[in-house]
Design a protein around this ligand. Structure first.
Ligand code: SAH
Length: 354
């Protein structure tokens, strides 16, 4: 049993079952025993690999996409270049290198990283240098200025709540105890005005998920974009509308039970992109686009060929495997989606045109 499992069981015994959101937040962010607070989970030796860790091309192309959006909106200067949950800082390092050739971009950018984990802030500082980086705990702390922002596999880490449809209302799925074991149960039936529109497309027994921190953050970003201009690229697994239980745990690259090793496994849920797009209004949003389609449209094929020319043997094989992994339908190509937020009345960000 992990230290957190004991602490959570004691808490539930004292105060009753807890929401999935409180459970997830404690497991991921507890300052002493939380998953992100205590380790660097990325890469082959960690628990999972993200797109920027698979290939430098991911961050390079996202950077050029964002720089084009900046040019399309009149190259505002200065502007906020922001990343939410930058992990190891790999994506940002690749983005900065690729955009060096874009006239004026580097001179105008002010770099902000939104990251709560002290352990990962250290890794990011080692990758990017401390010089021109400002770290923030919250999106609210970002300046009131034009903003060009990236969030890859960030929203899936935010705490969700789950509700099970009853005949006429909803019962929350909560974490309780069966003996000493953490287990899921159902709370009392409640009317939830925020889920009224989901009574139309669900039946008794269906589960829907909400992510209040995610919609609050999308609201903050949308308000800045609508007021000052800018673009946000949100990449994650999920769909246009959440339906069903997508709460999942991964440790050492394999799925595991989310309730047996709290704090030692990564916990995530699929992203409900419709909820983010709604919350970001009056910023405009693009069509939700599969990652593979988006990357092909912004030049991944050409970039793959260009880099392949300098490679041979095992290095070439792994470069081509990375290309497949990012784009193939059975890999990340269709599970992962891209949503763009941008200032209404300006050109749609590249690769997300319809
Ligand atoms: N974008 C990176 C890492 C994704 S993992 C990549 O693609 O490799 C999720 C990241 O979000 C981690 O850096 C984690 O510490 C951070 N994070 C999770 N919840 C957060 C929150 N509420 N506020 C800020 N950062 C958070």
């Amino acid at each position: 049993m992990t230290v957190l499992a004991k602490a959570l069981a004691a808490h539930i015994r004292a105060t009753g079952p807890m929401s999935l959101a409180d459970y997830m937040a404690t497991c991921l962010m507890d300052p002493r025993h939380g998953y992100y607070a205590t380790r660097d989970p990325f890469g082959a030796a960690g628990d999972f690999i993200t797109a920027p860790e698979i290939s430098q091309m991911f961050g390079e192309l996202l950077g050029l996409c964002l720089a084009q959006a900046w040019l399309d909106q009149g190259a505002p200067a200065p502007f906020t270049l922001a990343e939410l949950g930058p992990g190891r800082g790999t994506l940002m390092a690749d983005l900065l290198r690729a955009t060096r050739a874009v006239p004026g971009f580097h001179a105008a950018l002010r770099l902000y990283l939104v990251e709560t984990s002290p352990a990962l802030r250290k890794v990011q500082a080692a990758t990017l240098g401390r010089g021109d980086v400002t770290w923030c705990d919250r999106v609210e702390d970002l300046p009131e200025a034009p903003i060009f922002l990236i969030a890859n596999e960030f929203f899936d880490a935010l705490p969700i709540r789950q509700f099970q449809r009853d005949q006429s209302g909803w019962r929350e799925r909560v974490v309780g105890l069966a003996g000493a074991r953490l287990t899921l149960g159902l709370g009392p039936e409640t009317a939830l005005p925020d889920l009224a529109h989901r009574l139309e497309d669900t039946r008794a027994g269906d589960i829907v998920e909400t992510c209040a921190p995610g919609t609050a953050i999308a609201g903050q970003i949308g308000a800045r974009i609508a007021t000052h201009g800018g673009t946000a690229l949100i990449i994650d697994y999920g769909d246009w509308r959440s339906l069903g239980d997508t709460f999942q745990a991964v440790a050492a690259h394999a799925p595991t039970d989310p309730f047996t090793t709290p704090g030692a496994a990564d916990l995530t849920a699929h992203v409900d992109f419709e909820a983010l797009a709604r919350a970001a209004s009056p910023a405009a949003h693009t069509r939700l686009t599969p990652q593979g389609v988006f990357l092909e449209r912004i030049g991944l094929g050409t970039r793959t060929e260009a880099l392949a020319r300098g490679l041979s043997g095992a290095a070439l094989d792994s470069h081509l495997a990375a290309y497949r992994r990012l784009t193939a339908g059975e890999e990340m190509g269709t599970l992962f989606k891209v949503l763009g937020l941008y200032r209404a009345g300006t050109p749609t960000p590249p690769g997300l045109e319809t």
